[in-house]
Design a protein around this ligand. Structure first.
Ligand SMILES: C[S@@+](CC[C@H](N)C(=O)[O-])C[C@H]1O[C@@H](n2cnc3c(N)ncnc32)[C@H](O)[C@@H]1O
Length: 283
């Protein structure tokens, strides 16, 4: 939080928070800047926007919230008459509210419907994919989005257990598929599967690619784009995009990538795999 607020530190103009969530980063940025800085916050989840709205209400018209995907960051900024941004932030993944309280099946703890849509009006649920994809497609998805070493076994177990109705069904399929001695030590055996299915349900890699194509062009001179990712595949996309921007007049802001310190991980264990990369538009 501190590093984001410090590294993005806008002195004036617009900040676009493409993943405003519960408004934590947005609040930190607005608190540390003057009245000349305004923030446009995007999220696809209306429940998140309601929470951000409460938290940011005290900033009055310095904070504007829009229900939109960051894949549409360019048209959304245009519609809000934001021509140039001095800072753009993408904090990828899901919020602790979505994980723990939304009851949309993001967590492998508990027993919830297999939904996993961040946008409750999205076209595809986790149940649609788990019960509808061919076994090979499921295996590819678990491998590609989850880095899951047991993707084929898990895909086979899911297909055998159909129809899956709740998160407990999915956890049972994964537990049955991976031999006990091969369970990861630091994370739950179903962590990677849940992450992969969530990313597919929300088409997350495609949205990230589109946002990374459009966001740099929205930056003012000296403006910075920061992306926090939680997964090696996403970080790879960010790293490659940022490197490719260097010849076009951008510079990576070091140290890059930045990981949370021990204190932050102790206070917020879910931050342990976070990586922050920041790029600045020089001209
Ligand atoms: C890790 S949380 C952000 C937390 C936020 N930075 C805070 O401090 O409270 C990620 C948020 O991004 C949202 N999100 C995910 N994909 C999105 C997309 N394509 N467009 C807009 N918001 C998205 C999620 O709904 C979630 O609220």
């Amino acid at each position: 939080m501190e590093e984001v607020a410090f590294l993005l530190r806008p002195r004036e103009g617009w900040v676009i928070d493409g993943t405003v969530g519960m408004g934590g980063h947005a609040e930190a940025i607005l608190e540390r800047s003057g009245d000349d800085v305004r923030l446009l916050g995007l999220d696809v989840d209306p429940a998140a926007l309601a929470q951000a709205g409460e938290r940011l209400g005290r900033f009055g018209d310095r904070a504007r919230l829009v229900r939109a995907s960051f894949r549409d960051v360019a048209p959304t900024a245009r519609a809000a008459s934001v021509d140039r941004a001095h800072a753009i932030l993408l904090d990828l993944g899901i919020s602790s509210y979505q994980l723990e309280e939304s009851r949309r099946g993001f967590s492998f703890q508990g027993d919830e419907p297999l939904d996993m849509r961040l946008d409750p009006d999205g076209p595809t649920t986790a149940a649609d994919l788990l019960n509808g994809l061919a076994e090979a497609e499921l295996a590819d998805l678990l491998h590609e989005y989850g880095d899951e070493p047991h993707a084929r076994r898990i895909a086979r177990a899911i297909v055998r257990r159909r129809p899956l109705r709740t998160t407990a069904d999915l956890v049972a399929a994964v537990r049955g598929a991976v031999p006990r001695h091969a369970w990861p030590r630091r994370i739950h055996v179903a962590t990677r599967t849940f992450q992969a299915i969530r990313m597919a349900v929300n088409d997350e890699p495609a949205a990230l690619h589109q946002a990374l194509r459009d966001a740099p062009g929205l930056l003012a001179e000296g403006g910075r784009l920061g992306v926090i990712s939680f997964h090696s595949g996403e970080d790879r996309i960010v790293k490659r995009t940022f490197r490719a921007l260097v010849p076009a007049g951008f510079a990576e802001v070091e140290p890059s990538p930045l990981s949370p310190g021990d204190d932050e991980v102790r206070a917020n264990p879910r931050a342990r795999s976070a990586k922050l990369r920041v790029v600045e538009r020089l001209r």
